[in-house]
Design a protein around this ligand. Structure first.
Ligand code: ZN
Length: 447
């Protein structure tokens, strides 16, 4: 058994690079960069172009040595030279005194060069500056034929140390864009996603997708008949004059030079209910913004109107949208409701009402008024307590501390027995909700 010395081992690896390169280049023509990519995991701080060039130089040296030892002939060198180019073509010319043409790179047709990458990066830089981007990410789409050809080469080389062209383009274009613009890449939350779409002839197009700005906010409705989003009747006219989404869009879309604005809220109150006190959490989605850095104080100044006020707290994430939607039903609420009764009610009746609704479970079937859009089912919600103040013999005001998702109007009027127990039942006379306000929502934004 022959023990290999460490020197032989090292040579073994490097010699195998040359042998693999010779094997590939006797079959496929490759430019320096595409050859270097086959060995991308060999060595660090080297570009693939440098790797490919070095391997070709060593290969030329080995071919010359083999030629002088008469292991190979000029014809073999010619075959390798037409697939390799310089410096093997120089060697061939020197030993044969004949010209030889070089075949286009099997993978990139000799199109992918530093100039090619620079040209793409410059066009990307212009787009990013037009979009006022402060971060970006590059995606590359390669024609499937190119991907297949690259795989042919990498499979022949044994795959283990190769890098894909797609990956190299992404990295090199990204690096160059940052050099040109000082805009850093952001792999998690880029302002702009740039897609470079490369066809089989290596012509390319550049598409950009501008990510939305998400803002964490709280809204207050100081007026009634205000919906979340515009609400249209079947004949196309507006059912309510104002919506929170329209108010926000009309107020700030131009400030961001945005295509559109959408809101994501944690549940909703009835259109005719006000939202006071703690306000309700909201995420504002600013779509395709042209400007991204708008002053928070300015936003909050603009978003404070007579009937609607929106307080923007800061940046939000997609996760925030999910979490406010998930959490909205679980948050406890405090409502204020003005109640009209058919017959006069006494202080004693009201005391009876407030002592009854202490830690009380209430069974509710889906309210009749929303049966058209929601499934009929039963739910059990808790009323923790109520506080009652008499306004006149037939009008009183109640503060209701309860679970999120309790239908308060139905708690008052019973909805023909679909909600039980209810105010009408305990008072012994039909009761009607006149006005409803949401005063408090638990944990508006989780800290
Ligand atoms: Zn190439």
């Amino acid at each position: 058994m022959i023990m290999e010395t460490p020197q032989q081992n090292r040579c073994g690896e490097h010699c195998s690079i040359i042998e693999t390169a010779a094997k590939i280049l006797s079959e496929y023509p490759l430019c320096d960069r595409c050859l270097g990519r086959v060995f991308a995991k060999k060595g660090i701080e080297l570009s693939n172009e440098e790797r490919g060039r070095a391997i070709k130089t060593l290969l030329a040296m080995k071919l010359y040595a083999d030629y002088t030892s008469e292991i190979i002939d000029a014809e073999y060198i010619g075959k390798i030279a037409s697939n390799t180019g310089d410096p093997v073509t120089r060697l061939y010319r020197k030993i044969t005194d004949r010209e030889i043409s070089v075949n286009p790179c099997y993978i990139c047709l000799h199109r992918v060069s530093s100039d090619y990458i620079d040209e793409i990066a410059r066009r990307v830089a212009v787009k990013l500056s037009e979009l006022n981007a402060s971060s970006f990410i590059i995606g590359v789409k390669l024609d499937s034929e190119v991907v297949k050809k690259e795989l042919d080469v990498h499979v022949l080389a044994g795959l283990e140390s190769s890098e894909s062209l797609k990956n190299e383009l992404k990295r090199e274009i990204g690096k160059r864009v940052t050099q040109l613009t000082n805009i850093p890449p952001d792999f998690d939350k880029p302002d702009v996603v740039v897609i470079v779409d490369v066809n089989k002839d290596f012509d390319y197009s550049i598409q950009t997708q501008v990510n939305p700005i998400l803002l964490k906010a709280i809204y207050f409705k100081r007026g009634r008949r205000i919906s979340h989003v515009p609400w249209f009747t079947s004949n196309g006219s507006r059912k309510y004059p104002e919506s929170i989404q329209d108010f926000i869009r009309d107020s700030i879309a131009r400030l961001f030079d945005a295509r559109d604005i959408k809101i994501h809220a944690a549940g909703r109150e009835d259109v005719d209910a006000r939202m006071l006190g703690s306000g309700r959490p909201l995420v504002i989605e600013v779509k395709e913004p042209g400007f991204r850095n708008v002053d928070l104080d300015l936003l909050n100044y603009i978003l404070d109107d007579q009937f609607i006020k929106v307080s923007v707290i800061g940046a939000a994430t997609r996760r925030d949208i999910e979490s406010i939607k998930e959490g909205s039903r679980k948050r406890r609420k405090i409502y204020r409701v003005a109640v009209l009764t058919e017959k006069p009610v006494s202080e004693g009746d009201l005391e009876k009402l407030s002592s009854f609704f202490k830690e009380r479970s209430v069974k509710q079937r889906t309210p009749t008024r929303i049966l058209r859009r929601k499934k009929d089912r039963e739910r059990i919600k808790r009323v923790y307590r109520i506080e009652v103040i008499s306004i006149s013999s037939r009008v009183f005001e109640a503060l209701i501390y309860c679970d999120g998702g309790l239908y308060v109007k139905e708690l008052v009027h019973c909805d023909n027995g679909r909600t039980t127990p209810c105010f009408s039942e305990i008072l012994g006379t039909p009761a009607y909700p006149l006005e409803l306000d949401v005063l408090y929502i638990e944990k508006t934004w989780d800290k």
